[in-house]
Design a protein around this ligand. Structure first.
Ligand code: ADP
Ligand code: GLC
Length: 485
């Protein structure tokens, strides 16, 4: 099948979260399975020189048929695996350091910027003489693609192309003034409650939900949660309406990038067959993070966007007591809301030797934390899938998670016995529940080493590769194509 991924970030070129990892690892797996997969992403100013070197500009510029014609340059990279990546260059829209926001908040013209990306996805196929069977669109930033396909280009060369929209995170829906409809070159009738309209404004994701041929979410549990008032962020009605066309497919991970046996960022490599070098990674991490170098202290890691979604404000509430009363250590890596950054910085200052906080974005440190810690904490308010708990499982770092979305679907709770569990699961997002679960993990660490060892082995041997899920995406593409015929 010919599949065009339309997405606002893609690893390794630009990444702010799991979206970039998910789309690149799924695309590569689909290529390995014999599909012709291409991806269109914006050419951001932050894309590093080392990637630019491998790009070549297409011979002709791309005419993007918004309400008024606009022009863009497109650059192409063909990855070793065979994935084609197209970078959409438009100085005014995309030559910026960060994809969605600056230090003053979200860019005011995000609606216009991503409408441009969507329309470019529609115009690209004729320029490269390649008609996709399926446009696979990700999140609100690509949500106008299905709207274009079912309206203005319905009877052209893309008439048989289907669309699949994957909802990675319902919290972000993409709003804009209703003038965006005209600016984007869409018919006015699409601005209606079972289309793009919500509360008098344009809601990109809502449009995508109504117009896409099929919808997916990134875990089965999240697929159910978004249809409830509690998890639907105002779109639960639309999602229930499309309920028969939605499936939840669990994300996989890139098992080459995240492999403790070969990971070059680590002080030592290890595998489920020989785990002994994991303690070398722990000592190296303690040293690097200025923590007391003791194997006996259980070390907990956090790597996260510091955002309301992740429940880290409640973790902070719990940590003051934990750090004062328990013999444990924390290594945190994160960036985001300044209030949370500040709280973690303060905790680290007050508890040096026990707590380390790196505020920023650092891929290499992320790998070292995954390998060097004993436990990994994700107390998310909601979590569509979550990749870090999957990386943790693969690195034998037992996840401590709240039972929500993909966390619920991927971590099996410990049951005080040797033959069950890959981590620790709690239900309520309260400081008490976090404290209690951390205590439980510490007790297990000290008193039940055989149970710990069995859990670590089970976690490391769980299969979270793309092999099963990529097949489910192919089935979903065929399902979407059927609804076009
Ligand atoms: P989300 O996409 O909601 O942020 P995921 O768990 O799906 O959550 O993916 C987060 C990804 O971003 C992981 O690959 C994680 O390692 C990475 N990440 C998050 N924050 C940082 C950071 N500060 N430094 C390095 N990597 C980070
Ligand atoms: C979103 C979600 C996260 C998910 C990622 C990739 O960023 O917040 O849970 O893992 O997308 O699908």
């Amino acid at each position: 099948m010919k599949i065009l991924m339309v997405v606002s970030e893609l690893s390794p070129y630009v990444k702010t979260g799991g979206l970039a990892d998910m789309v690149s690892s799924l695309s590569r797996e689909l290529v390995r399975n014999g599909n012709d997969v291409r991806a269109l992403i914006p050419f951001y100013g932050s894309i590093e020189e080392r990637w630019r070197r491998n790009m070549r500009p297409l011979a002709s510029p791309l005419c993007v048929h918004m309400g008024q014609e606009r022009w863009a340059r497109v650059h192409e990279t063909i990855e070793r695996c065979g994935l084609h990546v197209y970078f959409l260059e438009h100085h005014h829209y995309f030559d910026r350091e960060r994809p969605y926001d600056s230090c003053y908040g979200a860019y005011g013209d995000n609606g216009e910027r991503f409408a441009f990306l969507c329309r470019a996805a529609i115009d690209l196929p004729s320029l490269i003489d390649w008609i996709p069977d399926v446009f696979h669109c990700h999140d609100w930033m690509a949500s106008l693609v299905p709207v274009y396909l079912e309206t203005v280009v319905r009877h052209g060369p893309l008439g048989n192309s289907a669309s699949v929209l994957t909802v990675h995170n319902l919290e972000h829906q993409g709003y804009g003034d209703k003038s965006i409809v005209q600016m984007a070159g869409l018919p006015q009738w699409t601005f209606r409650p079972d289309g793009l309209e919500a509360c008098g404004a344009v809601n990109f994701l809502k449009g995508g939900i109504y117009f896409a041929n099929k919808l997916t979410t990134v875990s089965p549990s999240y697929g159910e949660e978004i249809k409830t008032a509690e998890g639907g962020f105002g779109l639960d009605g639309a999602l229930r309406f499309r309920g028969g066309d939605i499936i939840g497919i669990l994300n996989g991970i890139d098992c080459e990038v995240w492999d403790p046996a070969t990971d070059s960022a680590l002080a030592a490599n290890y595998s489920s067959k020989n785990i002994s070098a994991k303690s070398t990674c722990k000592s190296a991490l303690q040293k690097m993070c200025h923590l007391d170098e003791r194997q006996s202290a259980p070390l907990f890691g956090v790597i996260s966007r510091l955002h309301w979604q992740k429940g880290l404000d409640t973790l902070c509430d719990a940590m003051e007591w934990i750090l004062a009363h328990m013999d444990i250590q924390f290594a945190l890596l994160g960036a985001g809301q300044w209030q949370l950054e500040e709280r973690f910085r303060l905790l680290a200052n007050r508890h040096s030797g026990k707590m380390f906080a790196a505020i920023g974005y650092d891929e290499e440190l992320a790998h070292r934390i995954e390998a060097g810690c004993d436990f990994f904490i994700m107390p998310s308010r909601f979590e569509p899938c979550g990749l870090n708990q999957l990386y943790s499982l693969r690195y034998g770092t037992l996840p401590i998670v709240r039972a929500t979305g993909g966390l619920r679907d991927t971590v099996q709770n410990y049951g005080n016995c040797e033959d069950c569990g890959t981590g620790f699961v709690f239900n309520d997002l309260t400081a008490d529940a976090i404290r209690g679960t951390i205590r439980w993990a510490c007790d297990t660490y000290h008193r039940a080493p055989a149970h710990m060892a069995a859990m670590i082995r089970r976690a490391m041997e769980s299969d979270f590769s793309w092999s099963r899920s990529a097949i489910r995406y192919c089935e979903c593409y065929r399902w979407a194509l059927q609804s076009k015929s």
